[in-house]
Design a protein around this ligand. Sequence first.
Ligand code: ZN
Length: 194
Amino acid sequence: MIRPVVLYPAPVLNVKCRNITTVTDEHRTLAADMLETMRDENGVGLAAPQVGVDLQLAVIDVSHNPKCVSYFKVNGQDADMVAHMPIVFINPVVEGGKVKVTDEEGCLSFPRLRANIRRSAEVKVTYETLDGGKVTIETDGLLARAFQHEIDHLNGILFIQRMSAAAKLGLKRKLRDLMAEWAEDAEADDEDEA
Ligand SMILES: [Zn+2]
């Protein structure tokens, strides 16, 4: 089922999400819904808070772009990136490499906004899977960027917090528009309930 994507500045986007201790059917349904929602929105990643759930669960799929990484290792072994997509990851821990790269990013919670963000070029991510396994992925490129973006979401950090001050200033007006739209929508929701 497609779920509505939560837009900035909804408060759920700013909280550190809770760990999942035992995977239940509810989490499996959430993951399936998030994959469906991400595809519907043409996104490459989606984190649980973006559908209003403050849990350490996110999804990524970069299979449309098989050349977006120069290497992909699963538990230390070279592996086929496309065959491993989509990735549903729980309680992730990320280690970023020292080398940083700047590239343009968008976020489904910020419609029409794109910005250059500096992030580690390479990552090592360890996470739990829906069937209780533990996986470590090492990679670079768009996938490394997507992992960092989604794991930031799970810690309540938004990509605008990673922008340079100058870039943020340039987007001030767009951010203000998003805040105004959000306030209007919230008001409309209240009326629906009343
Ligand atoms: Zn995002």
